[in-house]
Design a protein around this ligand. Structure first.
Ligand code: M6R
Length: 615
């Protein structure tokens, strides 16, 4: 979503701010702006659109040199993307950038109008800026004015503020929206996410909620609401600058797909003791029911989790979209488990669902990629996926490692409740650790072939994905991946459900991708394939040699992608379900190449944000 950067120090602030904004671009945004504090007060420059447009404006009328400033990339929530709605929002005394949503902004605006304030933008942020200004006029104290304002505000926020009268200092505060503070050789920084500080330092402070940070050239200080100074532990980023760079790949998305084999090995390897999954620290007893709650791609990993947990261990498992969870009054019991999946750990809907589950007294477990993120900190237990930073808005490697964790959990539960022998569990675990990453690597090696097939779909407007069982779960993710980055409209359908209405949309202009990796259901999916083929659909089938052999007759289709089938002597049927891993990589590559061939901004699709920190 929005991005915040602030710098104060010995160096010129503008280049640091622009570099920081570029590092945060991946979060998704539709306007950008900066504010610099100098001898002539505060200079603010804002532009709708990409950072390039902001830079052009800055070249046309360069601001006076400054060593302290704040910058922002905005993802519009209140008010359309425009120069006026872009941040920072300034008053005669200060300039403020904001991530999050102020829920009671209308009430605050009404109150401030009573004090003579006027409003020019359509944003909730302007109310926050003017509220801090109002209290600053009363207290003449930046820290007090920030605390007084946040005491009034409802919603989520991370603020960076500079005051005209206090050049060289930046003030920051947050609630339900992440913000970090860092010291570097030549000054201090605030940022909403780690990539913005990585070129300068790997050390940072995670700003606690309702704590004000005051930073200047030489120091970083933290104050509690009672005015007392706080001492915070400094943390160290565990990934390198190169991990946050494209390293020669045309897009982060392709780089991240190519990182899947390694991410899988690391994530699975970290959870093994004596070659078996070890969940002792996070699951003490078999829950009566598991509720998997997540959004988007993470929710699709949850669908895979349900299939594997129920197939392997027969533990009833529900999957719920996080934004729906708390509004459906879910029936929850203390002997169940709510399992939250999130790459970022900052998704507002997932966080709200977690809080709902905790309030209901159900044990919670989070599977999260970002260490120390809000979901990770608030859940009772946490299991980290080790995918490394995921920058592209389209989630790929995070999905694969979430599925791997869920597969391990399914094996662990199956072993615990006697549904699987130790030999079978060892065989499957070894398969996850070795054969699965190998097979994914082979699919990555097929990227050029998949590109040729995907390019045939460049002019497609609508498309269906069909499959049964676990293949149906894969279709959901394949379809989301395609539509979010290529803007080709697609729907995922259970192969047997199409004939109950939707097949009326299938024509020779509506291609179909059939996912057929599960031998036990491929014969059934074949009926759906024949139905769409006979209605003229161009048909691409994603399958395995094993499925082709088991069918005994050729699949009536136009093109095929054949991925390696996963096998394991000790547990052949369940191991074959793990073909999901190479299959999803093929679907990700298909979506990637379809979007890249259309010349689209693959890593930053329109209207989307990497972590969705608003409800
Ligand atoms: O960070 P999270 O895993 O909680 O994010 C959930 C979704 O917002 C995310 O997966 C989204 O659907 C991606 N754009 C999909 O590629």
């Amino acid at each position: 979503m929005c991005g915040i950067i602030g710098y104060t120090g010995e160096d010129q602030a503008l280049p640091v701010l622009l570099k920081g904004l570029r590092a945060l671009e991946y979060r998704g945004y539709d306007s950008a702006g900066i504010a610099l504090c100098g001898g002539n007060g505060i200079t603010t420059v804002k532009a709708k659109g990409r950072i390039d447009l902001l830079e052009e404006k800055l070249k046309i009328s360069p601001p006076e040199p400054s060593f302290c400033g704040i910058g922002h990339t905005r993802w519009a929530t209140h008010g359309a993307p425009s120069d006026l709605n872009a941040h920072p929002h300034s008053t005669e005394n200060l300039s403020l950038v904001h991530n999050g949503i102020i829920e009671n902004y209308a009430e605050v605006e009404a109150m401030l109008k009573g004090f003579g304030y006027t409003f020019v933008s359509e944003t909730d942020t302007e109310a926050a800026a003017k509220l801090v200004d109002h209290f600053y006029k009363i207290t003449c104290d930046p820290v007090k004015s920030v605390f007084s304002a946040t005491g009034f505000l409802r919603g989520s926020f991370a603020f960076g503020v500079i005051f005209r009268d206090v050049p060289g200092k930046i003030y920051a505060v947050r609630r339900d929206s992440p913000l970090i503070v860092a010291r570097c050789n030549h000054g201090s920084l605030i940022a909403s996410d780690i990539p913005a500080i990585l070129p300068y330092t790997k050390k940072y402070f995670r700003l606690p909620e309702d704590t004000v940070a005051v930073i200047d050239e030489k120091s970083t200080e933290f104050f509690g609401r009672d005015g007392k100074k706080l001492s915070l532990p400094e943390e160290t980023v565990d990934w390198s600058v190169s991990e946050a760079q494209k390293s020669g790949y045309p897009h982060f998305m392709l780089k991240e797909i190519c990182e899947e084999p390694e991410a899988l090995r690391k994530t699975v390897g970290a959870r093994l003791v004596d070659s078996l999954p070890d969940f002792k620290d996070i699951i003490d007893r078999i829950p009566e029911r598991i509720h998997i709650v997540a959004c988007g791609t993470a929710m699709h990993a949850g669908l895979i989790g349900k299939t594997l947990i129920e197939m392997f261990a027969r533990v009833p498992t529900e999957v719920c979209i996080a934004s729906e969870f708390r509004y459906r009054d879910p029936i929850l019991h203390g002997n169940e488990l709510v399992l939250l999946l999130s790459q970022s750990g900052e998704t507002a809907d997932t966080l709200a669902a977690l809080r709902h589950a905790k309030a209901a007294g159900v044990p919670t477990l989070a599977i999260v990629n970002v260490i120390g993120s809000s979901v990770a900190r608030e859940a009772d237990r946490v299991l980290y996926t080790l995918a490394g930073p995921e920058i592209a808005v389209a989630s790929t490697k995070a999905y694969s490692v979430q599925c791997a964790c869920l597969a391990l959990m399914a094996i662990d539960l199956a072993l615990k409740n006697g549904r699987m022998t130790e030999k079978e569990a060892r065989g499957l675990t070894e398969t996850l650790l070795t054969s699965v990453p190998e097979a994914v690597g082979k699919v990555i090696g097929m990227s050029e072939k998949i590109k040729v097939l995907a390019n045939e779909f460049t002019d497609t407007e609508h498309l269906f994905y069909i499959g049964r069982g676990i293949d149906c779960d894969l279709c959901a993710e394949g379809s989301l991946k395609l539509k979010e980055i290529s803007y080709i409209h697609s729907e995922a359908y259970a192969a047997g459900e199409l004939k109950h209405g939707t097949i009326s949309l299938v024509t020779d202009r509506v291609p179909v991708v059939a996912v057929m990796t599960d031998r036990s259901l491929a014969g059934k999916t074949l009926s759906g394939v024949r139905e769409v083929k006979s209605r003229g659909a161009h048909l691409l089938v994603l399958t395995t040699d094993g499925v082709k052999e088991s069918l005994g007759a050729p699949i009536p289709c136009d093109k095929t992608i054949t991925v390696p089938e996963i096998g394991c002597e000790d547990c052949p049927y369940l191991a074959r379900l793990l073909t999901l891993f190479p299959a999803v990589t093929a679907l990700q590559l298909f979506a990637y190449h379809a979007a890249a061939d259309r010349g689209l901004d693959v890593d930053k699709p329109r209207n989307l944000a990497k972590s969705v920190t608003v409800e």
